[in-house]
Design a binder for this molecule. Sequence first.
Ligand code: MG
Length: 160
Amino acid sequence: MRIGQGYDAHRFEKGKALVLGGVGIPHDEGLQAHSDGDVLIHALCDALLGAAGLGDIGRHFPDSDQAYADIDSRILLRQVVERLHAAGWRISNADLTAVAQRPKLAPHIDNMRETLATDLRVDQQQVNIKATTTEGMGFTGRGEGIAAHAVVLLTERPVE
Ligand code: MG
């Protein structure tokens, strides 16, 4: 078994669509990034790559590469899953936490879970997503952006 951890944070930006966990969320601002800014998927990718000893998302999909400008982060996640499978790993479970003062994420959690389980090619039971505020403290509390934490467990893929 191998464990991996990921963390990411992005600043809010007016006039951009908010996408979290692969799901569009109605809000008056989105997240600033080279990609679509899906901070939850970025933390998840880093946890997966970390567990597999494959570096991080920046190494696989550099900011400097125009191929990744405004890219749907689900495409990156699917590529990470393919690289993990190719390296002989399978995903046992993923546990994610989004940290945001606003908007309210609870109504979107089930949809995110279904979306991420599809991209991870696992059962929904293997993906858990939580959302919390920081009670007004820090950059997330002041509504400057959204942060995300991810932990995953990988197991060696049995030889078929
Ligand atoms: Mg990021």
